[in-house]
Write a new protein. Structure first.
Length: 385
């Protein structure tokens, strides 16, 4: 059976050329830790880690190399930020489209006295920017939001929100899970104080590696969520205050960093603008071809304007069981999608797809127009049965 992978919103596949080779090379030929050994292999591994930090700084227009922190995933990053930065009595604003990686830690600290409000979004997931300023309180500390919805692909206006944060002296914390590596992000221009990323989606790296880039001011106020050995100041039982050691205790996922390094090299060579253009071409064609079916059972979820969305496309198959549609796409046609709540229940409430969820198709850099045509034909056949 033909296999077509359309679940890149969950994790990209295949990975960038060279990623698996880089991971294997580390495991087979380097294998050492860093900050714990005074020998050539350890220094070589440290060089790759530094180069990876440099490439992330360049990608996101950030100038604090030591403030690039590696974590096991963006979920860990958001937990580090939310639980380390917010204090009882603080208030933050989030969008109504957030992923549980943001909302579950916020719900947890809410029990400790942190407050949050949701900035409303339209039925298409567009942020109501004009509502923000009236929601700001004297104790509002930050606006925290995703860059693009993992449910429907709608993109948030980071520049507008960043300008509001700058105007009101609020910190701007961005979850770039769906966009890092395929959308241009300029932390300086957009007034972003903290950018959380994951390596395994559009950055085209392996699972198990993520991180965040953080301003000096926020880093100074953050309490480390995890403390322990860093390989530095080993004569003290107290956590170092200098960066990045303050937030990088324990053995790092160095194989993952090697893989991410290779992926970032590929992105530099290929150009994220070229990858984005290709993915959006497929997204546009997919939506247009589904529209051409003129099937009243298919409802596109999210915006139609290609300038306001990413290559994540969700459909609600009205009158059908979305889970069954997704199952048939896999079992009968070999098409991998994701069905359900996508770890974002309030987003589905906003989009009016709760509790049935949606079937999500997410295009990646290796998908083709042939994949688009095949998926459209499969949907048509399933709905005809």
């Amino acid at each position: 059976m033909k296999r077509v992978y359309l679940d890149n919103g969950s994790t990209s596949f295949p990975k960038a050329p060279g990623v698996s080779d880089a991971v294997k090379n580390f495991m087979d030929n380097v294998g050492t830790n860093v900050n714990r050994g005074g020998y050539e292999e350890a220094y070589a591994a440290e060089d790759i880690i530094i180069e990876t930090r440099e490439k992330l700084c360049k990608l996101f227009h950030f100038d604090k190399l030591r403030n690039v922190i590696f974590t096991p995933s963006i979920t860990y990053s958001l937990n580090y930020i939310i639980k380390g930065y917010l204090r009882p009595g603080d208030h933050v604003l989030v969008s109504s489209m957030e992923h549980n990686a943001m909302m579950r830690p916020l719900q947890q600290v809410k029990q400790l006295g942190v407050e949050f409000d949701r900035i409303p979004c339209t039925r298409d997931g567009e942020l109501m920017v004009d509502k923000i300023e009236e929601m700001i309180r004297p104790n509002t500390k930050a606006i925290m939001m995703l860059h693009a919805s993992n449910v429907c692909g709608t993109v948030m206006p980071l520049q507008e929100v960043g300008d509001i944060c700058h105007k009101h002296n609020l910190k701007f914390i961005v979850d770039a899970a769906q966009t890092a590596g395929s959308f241009p992000i300029n932390m300086e221009q957009m007034h972003i104080d903290v950018l959380a990323f994951t390596g395994h989606k559009s950055l085209l790296g392996p699972q198990g590696i993520g991180g965040f880039l953080v301003s000096d001011e926020v880093a100074h106020e953050m309490i480390p969520l995890v403390t322990g050995g860093t390989g530095s100041v080993s004569d003290s039982e107290f956590q170092p205050e200098f960066m990045p050691d303050k937030f990088e205790s324990g053995t790092q996922n160095i194989p993952g960093i090697y893989g991410l390094h290779a992926a970032l090299c590929y992105l530099e060579e290929t150009g994220i603008e070229n990858i984005h253009a290709h993915e959006m071409e497929l997204c546009k064609a997919f939506i247009e071809k589904i529209d051409a079916l003129q099937n009243e059972k298919i409802r596109l979820v999210g915006v139609r304007d290609m300038n306001k969305r990413g290559p994540v496309v969700s459909f609600d198959f009205i009158g059908e069981d979305n889970a069954e549609v997704s199952f048939k796409l896999d079992s009968e046609y070999g098409i991998s999608t994701r069905c359900g709540m996508h770890c974002a229940p309030n987003a589905h409430k906003t989009l009016e797809t709760y509790p049935q969820g949606t079937v999500r198709f997410a295009f990646g850099f290796k998908n083709t127009m042939e994949d688009v045509d095949y998926a459209v034909q499969a949907i048509q056949k399933i709905l005809q049965k």
